[in-house]
Design a protein around this ligand. Structure first.
Ligand code: UDX
Length: 449
């Protein structure tokens, strides 16, 4: 099939590359000429494990192309994917200006003699497929007056469920593919497109557009609820002297609850959960529905991101002025350089405000952090360099390389044998044996005093 993907951000690039991988010819469009030049030169613009290999192979085979011209990209395309940003607007609702802008352009360009399926891949509020449909028709009425555009396209909602860091795997072997359309022609096209991805027997789930749009928000909001619920259970554990790891295992083994996404920590971050929870809350607000659980989730997460700060302050008798901290982990989660809504940043802001200094290390997210914090903090070249002369080690992201470090090196570089762990990467029993003061989330404080 011939496919156009509009927008070469994270979702667009993964989507385009993975569709090329199953033999389709994919043309990706972006308004950013610099980005297009880089991509055409074989340079990948995002960090995502496994993507580069597929990208280079398909580009070499001529199945993956990049252009700045929307008109060129959509010529003969049977499917057009919209993978455009939907940033939160001032009121928390997803801003549709990019999507509707492209819909307007499509209204000028669509050929009434070629049927095409237009797919919303971005996470968009319920009702967006209708809005895109109407925007295309309205634009065609102005720019292609007299031509019957309405019957030459359908708008489908096909939300993505990619996790950063494992996006290629999630795309190639999805748990399910949700396809929102009731138009028979579009159902056929989408079915043919996705069949190679569900050979293992996972379902293609067809439904109406609105249900598909809501499914995406419901999935992310539910996961945010699950994490936040565990974060509150962790708070209870700390106060009761129970161990959240045990409670997690105890409940996770029940199939109805499931083992995944029960890890307490310093809150969820990233580009999706915070934005989608907020946007769903706004949708609820717009229809005068008081979605109480979502409000609670946002409160819990705001609190959780700063969960370590009072613990650190308490240890230092409420005075962090002149204290120096080593911070391991900046990305909102491991295996990504994404720092959007990263809990580490909330910690940095809080510590700086208390008059502390910080040296940071992250395997991938240092460059992104330099552009945010400049010379307000110190950037280390490796995890041990960050420790030099620090009063304590703080952990904000559970990168694998932090899990079994050289504790001799840690204790000789730190001023105190002191660790505050926001992701429960170490075993408290081991910390006790090694003589650290160790505070983590929802587990007993290990004291070396
Ligand atoms: C998410 C969704 O999983 C994906 O389906 C969606 O479409 C895009 O958003 P992503 O943001 O890449 O993906 O990360 P994910 O692995 O889901 O983690 C989200 C956040 O939850 C991270 O901050 C992570 O640290 C946190 N988390 C996750 C926990 O705090 N505890 C857990 O048990 C799991």
């Amino acid at each position: 099939m011939k496919i156009a993907v509009i927008g070469t951000g994270y979702v667009g690039l993964v989507t385009g590359t993975c569709f090329a991988e199953t033999g389709n010819v994919v043309t990706c469009v972006d308004v950013d000429q610099q980005k297009i030049n880089k991509l055409n030169a074989g340079e990948i613009t995002i960090y995502e494990p496994g993507l580069e290999k597929l990208f280079l192979r398909n580009q070499k085979e001529g199945r993956l192309k990049f252009t700045q011209s929307l008109a060129d990209a959509i010529v003969d395309a049977q499917i057009i994917f919209l993978a455009l940003p939907t940033p939160p607007g001032a009121d928390g609702a997803a801003d549709l200006k990019y999507i509707l802008g492209v819909a307007n352009d499509l209204g000028k360009l669509l050929n009434p003699n070629n049927y095409v399926v237009i797919v919303d891949k971005s996470t968009v509020p319920v009702g967006t497929a209708d809005k895109v449909h109407n925007a295309i028709v309205a634009s065609a009425t102005i720019h292609q007056a007299g031509k019957n555009i309405e019957h030459c396209f359908d708008v489908v909602s096909n939300p993505e469920f990619l996790r950063e860091g494992v996006a290629v795997d999630d795309f190639m072997k999805p748990d399910r593919v949700v396809i929102g359309t009731t138009a028979p022609k579009a159902i056929k096209v989408m079915n043919d497109l996705y069949t190679p991805f569900v050979r293992q027997g996972n379902p293609l789930i067809f439904m109406d557009e609105k249900s598909a749009e809501l499914t995406k928000y419901a999935a992310n909001a539910f996961l945010a609820v699950k994490i936040s619920f565990m974060n509150e259970i962790a708070q209870m554990c700390e106060r009761l002297g129970a161990d959240v790891d045990m409670v997690r295992k105890g409940i996770g083994s029940d199939d109805r609850i499931g083992k995944r996404f029960l890890f307490p920590g310093i809150g969820y971050g990233g580009s999706c959960f915070p934005k989608d929870v907020q946007a769903l809350a706004k949708t609820a607000d717009d229809i005068n529905y008081d979605f109480k659980i979502l409000d609670a989730v946002m409160d819990v997460n705001a609190m959780q991101k700063l969960h370590l700060i009072p613990k650190i302050k308490k240890y230092f008798n409420n005075n962090l002025k002149g204290k120096h901290f080593a911070l391991w982990g900046l990305a909102f989660k491991p295996n990504t350089d994404d720092v959007r809504e990263a809990p580490a940043y909330y910690m940095i802001d809080a510590l700086l405000a208390e008059g502390a200094t910080i040296a940071v290390f992250d395997p991938e997210a240092i460059n992104n952090t330099i552009s945010v914090y400049g010379n307000k903090i110190v950037y280390a070249n490796n995890q041990y360099e960050a420790l030099f002369n620090a009063d304590a080690l703080l952990i904000a992201t559970e990168w694998n390389e932090f899990r079994t470090p050289d504790f001799e090196k840690i204790s000789s570089a730190l001023k105190n044998k002191l660790i505050f762990d926001g992701r429960n990467v170490f075993d408290p029993a081991q910390m006790q044996e090694l003589g650290y003061h160790y505070e983590s989330i929802g587990r007993k404080i290990i004291s070396n005093k």
